[in-house]
Write a protein that binds this ligand. Structure first.
Ligand code: NAD
Length: 272
């Protein structure tokens, strides 16, 4: 089996990376930055997002796992004390693969020539530095509303605990193949009216945002933000691709939600 390790780059994460690389190669696993079957991120959720985007072109072949070297992460859910056990598990056992849905975003330009396609693990956000964003929101080919406000967040189920949660969105179990639209400070008065509630769209229900007022948009895909001008439309839907997590022990989604946001449970019971 081929593996790669993506480190946050701090001293501690780099040390874990070199120790793991040494042990795993001793166990006859092959280090490969080109074609890894398993990608181990060492750092936090930001490092995990970076690892995902580094290998986004080979999601069907690559499985991911995250070790946290700071505080508990949502994706980076293996603790430092567990690294030795994880090395042995990786070396000895075939792992189970758990798949979660991700988001596909297609940005089309008014010139009609350019089209950018992205996959997001957490979410896409659309904002502007020039006042409010104003766009028509179509759902499944029908006009739904005209949005005016700070922006919109379109999240995946596993990203529903990230930015989406801060915007008052619901937490979605990743077995649901869906995306969620949450508003950022929409303007609602007699002239402008939006639904005002987070909305959950199933697979194949495409959401199309069509700018009415020409702005320069700040479009973030997870942790990367780019500026776009001349935007004709931004299309969001559940992607055909999925992220694949390598699972060596059960850590149910709701336990992860509880441990991250409510109270840390007894991790020794996770094997039961
Ligand atoms: P960052 O360093 O600002 O970290 C943001 C926090 O989000 C970290 O604590 C991280 O652990 C947590 N996080 C990331 N993904 C998560 C998930 N799926 N569930 C629960 N928590 C999660 O930025 P970063 O590390 O580069 O991560 C980028 C992410 O930050 C974006 O994808 C976005 O979801 C999130 N973010 C959140 C807010 C907010 O909550 N107001 C604002 C901006 C960005």
């Amino acid at each position: 089996m081929k593996f790669d390790i993506v480190s946050r780059g701090d001293h501690r994460s780099n040390n874990i990376k070199s120790t793991m690389t040494q042990y795993l190669t001793d166990f006859d696993l092959e280090y490969s930055e080109e074609e890894p079957d398993l990608v181990i991120s060492v750092g936090g959720d930001g490092t995990f997002l970076e690892a995902f985007h580094r290998y986004v072109h080979r999601l069907n072949e690559t499985a991911f796992i995250g070790i946290h070297t700071g505080h508990l992460g949502f994706y980076a859910d293996w603790m430092l004390e567990e690294v030795e056990r994880l090395i042995i598990e990786i070396a000895k056992t075939p792992y189970q693969v758990i798949e979660y849905p991700i988001l596909e975003v297609t940005i089309r330009s008014k010139t009609g020539k350019e089209e950018d396609r992205f996959l997001a693990l957490n979410e896409a956000t659309i904002k502007t530095a020039e006042g409010s964003v104003v766009f028509d929101v179509d759902i499944k080919g029908e006009h739904f509303e005209t949005f005016r406000g700070d922006g919109l967040c379109i999240s995946t189920p596993s990203g529903s605990t990230a930015y989406n949660k801060a915007l008052g969105g619901a937490i979605l179990h990743p077995s649901l193949e869906a995306i969620q639209l949450t508003e950022m400070a929409s303007i609602n008065n007699r002239v402008f009216r939006t639904i005002g509630s987070p909305m959950i769209l199933p697979k194949h229900h495409t959401c199309l945002l069509k700018p009415i007022v020409d702005r320069s948009f700040l479009i973030a895909i997870d942790h990367f933000t780019q500026t776009y001008t001349n935007v004709k439309s931004i299309q969001c839907r559940v992607a055909k691709e999925k992220i694949r997590f390598a699972r060596f022990r059960p850590f149910p989604f709701w336990n992860r939600v509880r441990d991250s946001f409510v109270t840390e449970g007894d991790r020794t019971k996770m094997d039961n």
